[in-house]
Write a protein that binds this ligand. Structure first.
Ligand code: ZN
Length: 288
């Protein structure tokens, strides 16, 4: 489980304590894995065989892990959280838990409530329902309304340390490490955490697409030579990161960016064949 040891200990303490609060506010910096922590807590409380960790086998564990649990609601959106969403949640919780001991509602980015939504949600917090627990998540605790904060038990989580992250990756076979990196590409939060903590030595050399575009001809060639020493898999990951960052600014993608997308994808396909890596990278990097 990729959670800081300190957080695991804290969460296990809460789970073993058995007196589950009506609402928690999980707050912590990037790399504290708030969503994962909330999921761990939900699993732990409802697991029928919890010892030092959830069993991941009982029906409660299985359904939560597969996102099919009837007693679990996750609201995870970017941007403002509007009142319609709160109404949906109020509707979801009104009969209490169906199967598990507790029904959990996890709300990410809780600092993003509109005023209307916050007021509606406060009412829900003021009239706790038996067996219903809210877990609110935020990286910006100071932006969460005081009235909401005061009704939650506050849980401060810490960021995972480089040491722990390295230990986690070192314990995995190489292919799994690559799979994990790939997962980073689909999760901005993980990606940011990953790039901020220079996990693999090779990643020290990683430069972003925009940084690359600002390089002159000679630096580009130098970069091609450096990358040519890496595994094809590693180079593919670099390209994936670049593509991801171009796609992210989709509204301001220039014609040049579009051409570059095609060239990068073309080159990724070439990686599968027995090509002269250095020559290929040189020629690509001068064109991008
Ligand atoms: Zn279980």
């Amino acid at each position: 489980m990729l959670l800081a040891k300190r957080n695991l200990k804290l969460l296990n303490g809460l789970i073993n304590h058995k007196r589950i609060a009506n609402a928690y506010l999980f707050s912590g910096p990037i790399g504290s894995f708030l969503k994962k922590s909330a999921e761990y807590f939900v699993l732990g409380v409802n697991c029928t065989h919890f010892t030092d960790s959830p069993c991941y086998k009982c029906v409660n564990c299985e359904t939560v892990s597969q996102k099919k649990a009837v007693d679990y609601y996750l609201l995870d959106i970017e941007g403002k959280i509007k009142i319609e969403k709160i109404r949906e949640i109020q509707d979801f919780v009104k009969y209490g838990p169906a199967i598990a001991n507790y029904l959990f509602v996890v709300i990410n980015n809780v600092q993003n409530f509109t005023r209307e939504a916050a007021n509606a949600f406060l009412k829900t917090l003021e009239e706790p329902l038996k067996g219903v627990t809210f877990i609110l998540l935020t990286h910006n605790e100071k932006d969460v309304l005081t009235t909401i904060k005061s009704r939650c038990q506050k849980i401060d989580l810490v960021s995972i340390s480089n040491q722990e992250l390295k230990g986690y990756l070192a314990s995995k076979p190489k292919e799994e490490t690559a799979a994990w990196l790939e997962k980073c590409l689909n999760d901005d939060f993980l990606l940011k955490c990953f790039l901020e903590t220079d996990v693999l030595p090779e990643l020290d050399e990683y430069i972003t697409y925009d940084e690359f575009r600002a390089l002159d001809k000679f630096s580009r060639l130098g970069y091609a030579h450096k990358l040519a020493l890496y595994s094809k898999q590693q180079i593919e990951l670099y390209f994936n990161l670049w593509l991801k960052s171009i796609f992210r600014k989709i509204e301001e993608v220039s014609v040049k960016d579009q051409e570059n997308i095609e060239m990068i994808i073309e080159n990724m396909a070439k990686l599968k064949y027995n090509i002269n890596l250095k020559l290929n990278l040189e020629s690509l990097f001068l064109k991008l």
